[in-house]
Design a binder for this molecule. Structure first.
Ligand SMILES: O=C[C@H](O)[C@H](O)COP(=O)(O)O
Ligand SMILES: C=C(OP(=O)(O)O)C(=O)O
Length: 347
């Protein structure tokens, strides 16, 4: 009998060992100030989810962080506003270090911190953790997308709100990972606008799971989770320019949550398909959500904004503009500051 020729070259796959999570946690420990910020951020969101707090949630920051210095600059501008508006708004900074791509492209600071295809993930994880410590020390809580199921081991202790993205909401490993996260987690509807996968994900994440993961020393282990009671739905629109934040879409989402026995908490991503990928439309969407909420739709907990120091986006090159997105186009700082003031005045 002919032998089946196996033409795969297994030596073509290489592996580089990373520092264990415990090593980075020791290198960049959580200070007392950071601990307090993270805990207060988590409690604030839990209270919004449980209707014990009627403030409006605003998660704002870069689509992706590629320059920690610019991100810290953004945080230093946002932190005083978050404190100033804290009577009516719960403001978190969007600190996204991992990017899911439709096909291929730069995958974020953790994956490729030098933006040159060298994939120095050890440095990427260090930069991400260091920045999270620095931002939370300013008293500003942060939100991030939990994209790779292993990376939260390196920084979950610094995050107040996690998000599972449109491309991974249907993934079993992400649901299981979210079920053990120590912070509230929002699940996005699918890129095609499908809500059901997010509802299923919320139900799954509320349950206990056991899955293959890692301990703080990086050893492979069975991770057993208690289930995460603090979950919500994030509406991000469907294909390209198909928004789902209008009254009818929100009412439909609330009815679906109710039918599934899930809490009626909804956050609206004012970017992506909800703004037709036009960053200048985000204020319109965010203010519309604010008005819908004021007019009685209490299921609307708040909004997410993609914003940076400079509006728009740029390609990765040798001469990049400071504070400008290298992934989706963002709203500029001045417009963001004005939007926050208007949202504060609205409530
Ligand atoms: O928020 C970011 C992007 O929309 C997401 O990473 C997909 O980007 P892409 O379609 O450019 O790959
Ligand atoms: C990738 C993102 O969003 P979505 O999953 O909705 O595409 C994001 O918010 O960075």
């Amino acid at each position: 009998m002919d032998k089946i020729a196996d033409k795969r070259d297994e030596s073509a796959v290489t592996r580089t060992v990373l520092p264990a999570p415990a090593v980075l946690r020791e290198e960049f420990p959580v200070s007392a100030a950071s601990y307090q910020t993270v805990a207060q951020g988590r409690v604030a969101i839990q209270r919004l989810l449980n209707r014990q707090d009627s403030r409006f949630l605003v998660v704002t920051g870069p689509c992706s962080i590629h320059d920690p210095e610019a991100a810290l600059d953004y945080a230093r501008r946002l932190a005083p506003l978050a404190a100033q508006y804290s009577d009516k708004l719960v403001i978190l900074m969007r600190t996204y270090f991992e990017k899911p791509r439709t096909t291929v492209g730069w995958r974020g600071l953790i994956n490729d911190p030098h933006l040159d295809g060298t994939y120095d993930m050890s440095e990427g994880l260090r930069r991400a953790r260091k920045l999270l410590v620095e931002i939370t020390e300013l008293g500003l809580p942060v939100a991030t997308e939990l994209l790779d199921t292993a990376t939260p081991d390196y920084f979950a202790d610094l995050i107040s709100f996690g998000s599972i993205g449109a491309r991974t909401t249907e993934s079993q490993p992400h649901r299981a990972m979210a079920s053990g996260m120590p912070m509230p987690v929002g699940f996005k509807n699918g890129t095609d606008g499908e809500l059901q996968i997010a509802l299923d994900a919320m139900q799954s994440a509320q349950s206990k799971h056991s899955y293959l993961g890692f301990d703080e020393d990086g050893r492979c282990c069975v991770v057993r989770t208690p289930g995460n009671p603090d979950v919500c739905l994030v509406l991000r629109g469907g294909k390209k320019s198909q928004p789902n934040y209008d009254r009818v879409s929100v009412a439909r989402a609330v009815a679906c949550l109710d039918k599934a026995g899930l809490p009626p908490g909804i956050v609206v991503d004012a970017s992506h398909a909800n703004s037709g990928y036009d960053p200048e439309r985000q204020p319109f969407v965010a203010e519309k959500i604010g008005r819908q909420r004021l007019e009685g739709d209490k299921s609307l907990l708040g909004v997410m904004i993609e914003s940076n120091l400079v509006g728009g986006k740029q390609s990765i090159s040798k001469e990049m503009v400071y504070g400008k997105s290298v992934t989706d186009a963002c709203l500029g700082w001045d417009e963001t500051e004005a939007l926050l003031a208007r949202l504060h005045a609205m409530f």
